[in-house]
Ligand binder design. Structure first.
Ligand code: NAD
Length: 483
């Protein structure tokens, strides 16, 4: 599609609209989406209001042609192929509206491909269980069987940081489960989400199965969260909004995938090259805007000086600049206020004794990858989530200290540990209060169908990942028969 190419070149503005069950919305209320890099208008979206929100719910509940397993598989598989045919244009759109470097957007296309592939495969599997009932003194000659039924209608609310992948991670499992879904993507990156919706319709998804809405929070997002006809709200985003949803959603299933403050913990015996690579990749990829980005680098005091020197050298490879340039490693963060926040927490840490060893300069939403040493343990930068390319280094004295320091924030998403000592690795796996521990990997390592999600302020411990998400987007029904 040459339209996206023209958009990426800055010669065309993409004018899109929300969709109520396949029907584009006509509205004078239009959102402008600007490039965080040069502030040009990338696209516009005709917005929904309370009326369209209600219509989307009614259309989902009214239903339509029910897809059997093979048909769901076919829609998801076809969507994947259409997406891959348009891989470069879609990557350029992601990059243009989010400011993410084009290399990151291309990587995200590959991830979305995997999500769709795994979800399509799951359509072909039956996960029903069978229980024999004659297995205790209280037993009977019966069997209990389980199968999954779709929900009536679900809501998916997504953040900006992976404009495509966050959306696919909710929509694909919903479709695989046969559940109609109303998508409310981020106002900061809506164009990719709407394009994906159009591709799903093109791939044959019955229109009642998907609506995409953006508009005033009180008329769209909050109305969807509160509506009693909705069976499930699946939300990924900040802790503040997630907790607000938990309070207002009422009697329905709520999935919350919230912020993270993930440590990379580097033990004394760590392979130094590996530790440095993981720290830089974890802190700077996707402009540091991943829920599982490395937001704290915890290093054993005995190797801290050597590690810090190597990380500063490594970080110089992460050139930042024009997101559209294939050579750019780090694009912008999502907008200028986000970059100013990161600059501000860096200044506060420096005032408390930290030292900026590399980077730190800001121009608009572009913030240089920044390595910061001697960060106090109570600095805002490391107690709260810093969603950007910051690499704060803190020392620890022994394993007890590392575990306590790692567990000392309110978050509990993931952690990475760099060590070759099996006993130490096992202690961290058991004692870190997080949803995932990766040994000799970045905290965020996963495949798209493995269980993923956090505890404490990072989530309620209910996992996503294609297989777990499909469990959320369905109800188990049991039936039993004499046997
Ligand atoms: P955000 O919470 O500001 O927004 C997320 C979504 O919620 C957006 O679509 C937004 O429009 C919507 N929203 C805002 N107010 C709402 C309300 N009152 N009711 C319902 N919906 C509302 O988050 P963001 O800034 O877009 O994303 C960044 C955050 O997301 C970070 O904290 C990051 O760690 C987190 N995140 C978590 C995961 C995970 O899987 N745990 C993954 C990616 C991002």
């Amino acid at each position: 599609n040459s339209e996206e190419v023209a958009v990426a070149n800055g010669t065309h503005v993409l004018n899109l609209s929300c969709y109520v069950a396949g029907k584009p919305i006509a509205s004078d209320n239009v959102l402008q989406v600007r490039s965080p890099y040069d502030n040009r208008i990338v696209g516009t979206v005709a917005l929904a209001g309370a009326k369209e929100t209600n219509e989307a719910i009614e259309a989902a509940l009214k239903g339509g042609k029910k897809l059997n397993r093979y048909e769901r598989y076919s829609v998801l598989d076809k969507t994947r192929h259409l997406l891959m045919q348009r891989k470069e244009e879609m990557a350029q759109l992601i990059s243009a509206e989010s400011g993410l470097a084009i290399r990151e957007a291309r990587y995200e296309m590959g991830r979305a491909n995997d999500v769709l592939m795994f979800a399509a495969i799951e359509c072909l599997k039956d996960d029903g269980q069978i229980f024999s009932c004659d297995i205790s003194p209280n037993g009977k000659a019966r069997k209990i069987f389980t199968f999954r039924e779709p929900l009536n209608v679900a809501v998916a609310i997504t953040p900006f940081n992976h404009p495509l992948n966050q959306v696919v991670h909710k929509i694909a499992p919903a479709i695989a489960s046969g559940t109609p879904v109303i998508l409310k993507p981020s106002e900061k990156t809506p164009l990719t989400a709407i394009r994906l919706t159009e591709i799903l319709y093109e791939a044959g998804l019955p229109h009642y199965m998907l609506s995409v809405l953006l508009g005033p929070t009180s008329e769209v997002a909050e109305q969807l969260v509160k509506d009693e006809r909705i069976d499930l709200v699946s939300f990924t985003g900040s802790v503040a909004v997630g907790k607000h949803i938990a309070k207002t959603a009422g009697y329905k299933k709520v999935i919350l995938e919230l912020g993270g403050n993930d440590p990379l913990i580097i033990l004394e015996d760590a392979d130094m090259n590996l530790a440095v690579t993981l720290a830089a990749e974890g802190a700077f990829r996707n402009s540091g805007q991943r829920c599982t980005a490395v937001k704290r680098i915890l290093v054993h005091e005995n190797i801290k000086a050597a590690f810090t020197k190597c990380l500063v050298e490594k970080a110089k490879e992460y050139t930042c600049g024009d997101p559209a340039d294939s050579e750019t490693k780090v694009g912008t963060v999502i907008d200028e206020p986000a970059a100013i926040y990161l600059e501000d927490v860096t200044k506060k840490a420096v005032a408390a004794g930290a030292k900026v060893l590399l980077g730190g300069k800001r121009e608009g939403a572009l913030l240089e990858p920044t390595v910061i040493a001697d960060v106090p343990r109570d600095a805002q930068m490391v107690m709260c989530e810093s969603f950007g390319p910051l690499a704060p280094i803190l020392g620890f004295t022994d394993i007890d200290d590392a575990i306590a320091l790692s567990n000392s924030t309110s978050y509990g998403l993931s952690a990475g540990v760099v060590t070759n000592n099996m006993q130490h690795a096992i202690r961290f796996v058991k004692e870190l209060k997080v949803g995932t521990v990766n040994i000799n990997e970045v905290p965020g390592y996963r495949i798209e169908n493995s269980p993923f999600g956090g505890i404490k302020d990072s989530g309620l411990g209910i996992k996503e990942g294609v297989i777990e998400a499909m469990k959320c987007f369905s109800f188990i029904k049991t039936f039993s028969m004499p046997w």
